[in-house]
Design a binder for this molecule. Structure first.
Ligand code: GLN
Length: 281
């Protein structure tokens, strides 16, 4: 019996992190499925693999997000590569995708071809929203903008990996879009207030700060989207934005001030008003 090397089962038992996450990290490091971890639980990985696994467990114990450790996250049933250059896609952002997708369906029901519909995703990060929408609606013309070149490179890779043709533009919000109009504008902008203690907790500590907070009152980016959005929408076009748990009233106010109609907010799975939007008349 090859003495000192721990078995898969022993590695799991001594991981010191959430058991589900431990299995995920171990399966990733060993190139096994989670079922194989059970059937091979008495097998002993080689010394280099044991070191690699222990390193991953230690980094997780120090707080690094699982998504960065394995390098991907599932979003809307699509696997996306993520690195510390981008925000880790959140389940609540799937609500924004679903609402945007319903609006696209409505245009299509009115006889508009997806190929003549233009959708803009501002602050695309990993490309999650743009990619999910392009995947759901083949032929849709999707443009994705980010101020971070590193994020754009990652988003481009994600789009290519899913066989999607998306236009990527580097710039701050509407900066690179002079004179261009869209049927739908979506965004999950940085909306956490600069003094929000959550920025110092959990996964957020490892995520790009510029993707999380405006370093102000949390509404700075949402103000830009509302104030400049209408000028970049076609007649009947919609703006949909994700925002913080306590920002719905303020965002609806910004939309109304900017002349949007049919202004509304929608609740996420936790029952929190998480997305607000409106239409240009
Ligand atoms: N929803 C994220 C969080 O608070 C923040 C994402 C964002 O700022 N867009 O964890």
């Amino acid at each position: 019996m090859p003495g000192s090397q721990p078995s898969i089962g022993q590695l799991l038992a001594t991981a010191g992190i959430d058991p589900f996450e431990a299995r995920l990290l171990l399966a990733h490091a060993l190139g096994l499925t989670r079922v194989q971890l059970i059937t091979k639980s008495h097998e002993q990985p080689g010394p280099a693999q044991v070191l690699a696994v222990r390193e991953l467990f230690a980094r997780r114990r120090a707080g690094e997000p699982v998504a960065y450790l394995v390098g991907y996250r599932e979003f809307h049933a699509l696997r996306l590569r993520v690195t510390p250059d981008v925000l880790i896609p959140r389940p609540e952002t799937e609500l924004l995708v679903d609402l945007a997708s319903e609006r696209i369906d409505r245009f299509v029901e009115q006889g508009v071809e997806p190929a003549s519909l233009r959708v803009l995703d501002l602050g695309t990060g990993s490309g999650a929203i743009a990619i999910a929408l392009a995947h759901l609606h083949p032929g849709l013309r999707v443009t994705a903008v980010d101020i971070s070149a590193a994020a754009l490179a990652l988003a481009r890779g994600n789009a290519t990996a899913h066989g999607l043709d998306i236009e990527f533009i580097e710039g701050s919000w509407f900066e690179g879009l002079a004179g261009r109009r869209f049927d739908l504008i979506v965004s999950n902008p940085p909306y956490v207030r600069a003094d929000d203690p959550h920025l110092g907790q959990g996964d957020l500590r490892f995520e790009p700060v510029g993707a999380l907070t405006d370093r102000f009152d949390g509404l700075a980016a949402l103000r830009v989207l509302c104030a400049q959005g209408a000028a970049h929408l076609l007649a009947g076009g919609c703006l949909l934005m994700e925002h913080g748990f306590d920002q719905a009233v303020a965002v609806r106010g910004l939309l109304l001030d900017a002349g949007f109609v049919d202004v509304a907010s929608w609740v996420d799975l936790a029952g929190i008003e998480r997305v607000s939007g409106g239409r240009v008349g």
